[in-house]
Design a protein around this ligand. Structure first.
Ligand code: KIV
Length: 266
């Protein structure tokens, strides 16, 4: 009999905070990596708008479109059987008012197999979060460094305004968000926000007192070619592994030692 897979749901994800069990989340943008993450036991897979930089090669996250993220989310949704799948709402799919945000988030849920959306913003997005939640769409908030506002912020900077960070995180919670990402904020502030909220906080560059952690997969496995933030821990060096494998293949083809007899069709 096939093994019964117990699916991570939004309520189960939220309950992890009460149990004191740390939450792991990683990004994925395609079928093979999403499947690996799911098999490895990650709690949630995020189809992040980091897709714009990591996969599409743009200089920031503003370029990815709704259609493009749906295309990738569908692959991820097809691969994942156990983890919670969350998809980022790209810029500016939730900036044009709550009604447009519901239409865009509904496409994400209907056309991919994701279970929740994530959007950047706290106080100023509270009405939109509340409308999405009342439409039955689970929302993960995202406060602190918000990469979609890179031009307004003048770069990617640590966010230190404690009052604002607390207000944004509380606003997301009060609007009905089931969790909130805290990006690039001092660990002491992240700890206070985590203590003040009932919903889980998922940190990235926010210290280890958050309820969980998220990283960009390509940073974690050493596939990122350019700048990698100092809060990343690189667990593998896949760039070197893949480059060496391809160099070896090229040499073998040139030297006529690939394919060997056993590697021909029979
Ligand atoms: O787009 C993304 O990958 C993200 C995470 C880094 C939080 O938003």
């Amino acid at each position: 009999m096939a093994e019964q897979i117990s699916r991570m749901t939004v309520p189960r994800f939220m309950a992890l905070k009460d149990k004191g069990r740390k939450i792991s989340m990683l990004t994925a943008y395609d079928f093979p990596f999403a499947k690996l993450l799911d098999e490895a036991g990650v709690d949630a897979v995020l189809v992040g708008d980091s897709l714009s930089m990591v996969v599409q090669g743009h200089e920031n996250t503003l370029h990815v479109t709704l259609d493009e993220i749906i295309y990738h989310a569908e692959m991820v949704g097809r691969a994942v059987e156990r983890a919670l799948v969350v998809v980022d709402m790209p810029f500016p799919t939730f900036h044009l008012g709550p009604t447009a945000a519901v239409a865009h988030a509904a496409r994400l849920l209907k056309e991919s197999r994701c279970q929740a959306v994530k959007l950047e913003g706290g106080v100023e997005q509270a009405a939109t979060i509340a409308t999405l939640v009342s439409a039955g769409i689970p929302v993960m908030g995202h406060v602190g460094l918000r990469p979609q506002t890179v031009h307004q912020m003048g770069g990617y900077k640590v966010q230190r305004d404690e009052e604002r960070l607390m207000a944004d995180a509380r606003a997301a919670e009060q609007a009905g968000a089931f969790a909130v990402v805290l990006e690039c904020i001092p660990p002491a502030i992240a700890a206070k926000v985590t203590g003040a909220l009932r919903i889980p906080t998922i940190g990235i560059g926010a210290g280890n007192e958050c309820d969980g952690q998220v990283l960009v997969l390509h940073d974690l496995v050493g596939l990122t070619a350019g700048y990698v933030p100092n809060f990343v821990r690189q667990y593998a060096d896949l760039r070197t592994t893949v480059r060496q494998a391809v160099e070896q293949y090229c040499q073998d083809v040139a030297a006529c030692v690939f394919p060997s007899e056993g590697q021909a069709a029979k």
